[in-house]
Design a protein around this ligand. Structure first.
Ligand SMILES: *Cc1c(COP(=O)(O)O)cnc(C)c1O
Length: 394
């Protein structure tokens, strides 16, 4: 027998295959566009986070090219040694102005922004109060911080307050953290109520606006702007990888908090900074957000049209309030079959099962963008109807 200490992983994979939960990666052969070619097939793409179509925006591409010509393709170091370029500083200033905050710091991804920040600002004597559906990167940050983690049922403000009451009198720092828009259900956090609780119980308030950046609020400024809570959320995290169209994450806070993160956030200290082209692209993206609010408006017009269509067909779209609309079917195997059949019929809507969503809540997830045409969305609805009836989902 040849030596294979990793054989147990092969067995785990076999189990996934038996349960029909094994998934092959779809390979994109074009840009991330509304009608894209995956695995050799042209499909209407309802699976990207490219909300505003910025991944292929001419101005962003041009600025990336210019940055490469001027500065090369890599930054060559971590931010704290030699890898802070003028473009990185310019981007951070741009973001801080855009979000109406004192300062911001950019990380390599939204994931590292969340994980690095939560880990850096709390320690083992502290407590984190967290929505049960918060993103994996927040959960990892909480675990890495070694603080005590208390989880409240999704969006349950009363349960959250009960946890905070129990902590009264305890000498510790407290962090109340929530996603702004929840990535699997497309619902929005009850941020005004959570902010009020944070103020009442002396917590640090943090929101992860990955799916709200470029989507909610004026010019896509996020949930804090959407609810008009400026100055009342201590830490805002956003992503540059979704609506902004490139890659990265950022944290907005006070100048001193940002300076502290320069010294203690591990991804910032120990992982190389963005290539100059990425920073340049992101700067251009914020210019586009400021100058072209009609992109966000078109995104919402498409969202309303598509959501109404799905509801009229009788699909279970859960509690979505944003361009993320799940079609919940229950069993993971059914969701995967639904997604496969849709793909054959010309629509790409990824299926998602446990552990990304709870058992029994498997779904396909659809995301419309500003750049889908009405024709593409109508055709998608026709295909969803045909396949949904064939599989007896509607
Ligand atoms: C996508 C996502 C992230 C991670 O952002 P990346 O920039 O892709 O790493 C973090 N939080 C939430 C809620 C997300 O949906």
């Amino acid at each position: 027998m040849p030596r294979d200490p990793l054989h147990y992983l092969t067995e785990e994979l076999e189990k996934l295959r038996e349960q029909k939960l094994y998934q092959k990666l779809r390979v994109l052969e074009t840009g991330q566009v509304p009608v894209a070619r995956f695995d050799g097939k042209e499909v209407i793409n309802l699976s990207s986070n490219n909300y505003l179509g910025l991944t292929t925006h001419p101005r962003l591409k041009q600025r990336a090219l210019e940055a490469i010509e001027k500065f090369g393709v890599g930054s060559g170091a971590v931010r704290t040694i030699a890898g802070t370029m003028t473009l990185h500083m310019e981007l951070e200033e741009k973001i801080a102005k855009f979000k109406h905050v004192e300062a911001s710091v950019v990380f390599q991804s939204g994931f590292t922004a969340n994980a690095g920040t939560v880990q850096a600002i709390l320690g083992r004597d502290d407590v984190i109060v967290s929505d049960e559906l918060n993103h994996a990167s927040i959960i990892d940050g909480c675990r890495l911080s070694r603080a005590e983690i208390k989880v409240f049922p999704h969006k349950d403000v009363e349960a959250c307050e009960k946890l905070l009451k129990e902590l009264e009198g305890r000498k510790c720092r407290k962090l109340l953290v929530t996603d702004g828009v929840f990535s699997m259900d497309g619902d929005i956090a009850p941020l005004p109520q959570l902010v009020a609780l944070a103020e009442k119980y002396g917590c640090i308030m943090m929101v992860d606006d990955a799916h709200a950046s470029g989507v909610l609020g004026r010019n896509g400024r996020g949930t804090v702007d959407h609810y008009n809570l400026h100055g009342r959320v201590d830490i805002q995290v956003g992503t540059l990888s979704k609506a902004i169209g490139a890659l990265g994450g950022y944290v907005c806070s006070t100048r001193n908090t940002i300076e502290f993160l320069y010294h203690r956030a591990r991804p910032f200290l120990f992982s190389t900074s963005h290539p100059p082209s990425v920073a340049a692209t992101c700067i251009a993206a914020f210019e586009v957000l400021e100058e072209q609010p009609q992109l966000t408006e078109q995104l919402w017009a498409n969202t309303r049209f598509f959501k109404q269509g799905l509801k009229k067909l009788g699909f279970n779209t859960g509690v979505s309030e944003t361009p993320i609309t799940p079609v919940i079917v229950g069993e993971a195997a059914v969701a995967h079959e639904f997604s496969r059949e849709l793909f054959s019929a010309g629509v790409f809507a990824q299926s998602i099962g446990y552990p990304t969503v709870p058992h029994g809540k498997a779904r396909i997830r659809t995301i419309v963008t500003a750049t889908h045409t009405q024709g593409e969305l109508s055709l998608s609805l026709e295909i969803l109807e045909k396949v949904g009836k064939k599989l007896k989902i509607i």
